[in-house]
Write a protein that binds this ligand. Sequence first.
Ligand SMILES: Cc1cc2nc3c(=O)[nH]c(=O)nc-3n(C[C@H](O)[C@H](O)[C@H](O)COP(=O)(O)OP(=O)(O)OC[C@H]3O[C@@H](n4cnc5c(N)ncnc54)[C@H](O)[C@@H]3O)c2cc1C
Length: 363
Amino acid sequence: VRRAGALIAGGGPAGSAAAVALARAGASPELIERSAGPRDVVCGGFLGWDALAALRRVGLDPAALGARPIVRLRLISGERAIEAPLPKPAAGLSRRALDEALLAAAAAEGARVGRGRALRAAEGRRLRLDDGEELEADALFLATGKHELRGLARPLDGRSEEPAAGLRAALPATPAVEAALAGFIELHLFDEGYAGLLLQEDGAANLCLSVSRRRLAAAGGPAALIGEISREAPRLADRIGAAVPETWEAVAGVPYGWRATETAPGLFRIGDQAAVIASLAGDGIAIALASGLAAAEAYRDGGPGAAEAWQRRFAGRAARPLAVAERLRRAAQRSGPRGALMRLLGALPMLVPLAARLTRIGG
Ligand SMILES: Cc1cc2nc3c(=O)[nH]c(=O)nc-3n(C[C@H](O)[C@H](O)[C@H](O)COP(=O)(O)OP(=O)(O)OC[C@H]3O[C@@H](n4cnc5c(N)ncnc54)[C@H](O)[C@@H]3O)c2cc1C
């Protein structure tokens, strides 16, 4: 069994941000990431202003990565659309580009980044890798995001609602799509889910859906679901046109609203392993970055013994954004409350930037 100091499981935004901050603190972190190279993941690619600020702290310039500016939200239900400004500039960037840049930043700060290797299981801070190696970590930063690590899976039993499914595909950014989406994040609401659309840096539009597993299964798959939604969401059908994607990234179990309120000594749960905000709020990446940076600081100041108090503090910090986002998600996914929400926001569009502010981890 090899001894590791600060070990990071997973190299999404949370794991990479922690790696950068731990390396800067002289903790010589080691990060293990399953993917061997660039890949697309299920995510809308929306970076709020809090995520942009956190990226700058990490040393990345989102504009230099090609992030497309976003300054307005278009919320669409049926034939009705509401447009409102965001409180501060945001951006659209593919996770393929973002995650690679973050992993490169971690390596550049001196973190040891092991790619193409997966953790199989954990017993406390003792870990087994798929190639058979065993590691004993002084501190474990659990950043496996949407995926569970056997032995340390999020305790999700007893939730009243089953987790949602997430889907993502690229759409060609035709001139019409480019014109409609320039400067905008669009959210298309429908029963039991929503679709998010934005332009990303690579000349494509990112189409991301969150939908109940029940509805996805009843439709019979992503393409059939798109057909169904098109009747409920004609403006989304316009954007997609005949280009219904054939290839989708998918994730089966997203437990919106879940937070880690406790942990074990030496175990820092970060990113989606700390708190899962309803994705329509577009703040998951910011939470991942903020938790990775803050957990690394807690470790720098207090060592592995700082984990439990830090986890409670972070759960407190995430409470309001998660609660507000859950209210909005629940209202948006049923036709009656959705109609009331659209009428309210139509009459008082200044509530849109207020809701955007209240669902940020970073102000
Ligand atoms: C449908 C949908 C749309 C979303 N849209 C947005 C959005 O537009 N904006 C936003 O801010 N947030 C959005 N989110 C939320 C956002 O995607 C997450 O909050 C964010 O990715 C969490 O980052 P993370 O680093 O915790 O985990 P992840 O991004 O899930 O990264 C985890 C990493 O760990 C690796 N890994 C997992 N298991 C292992 C293992 N056993 N061994 C080694 N490596 C492993 C994975 O390969 C991955 O790279 C969305 C979520 C969903 C479901």
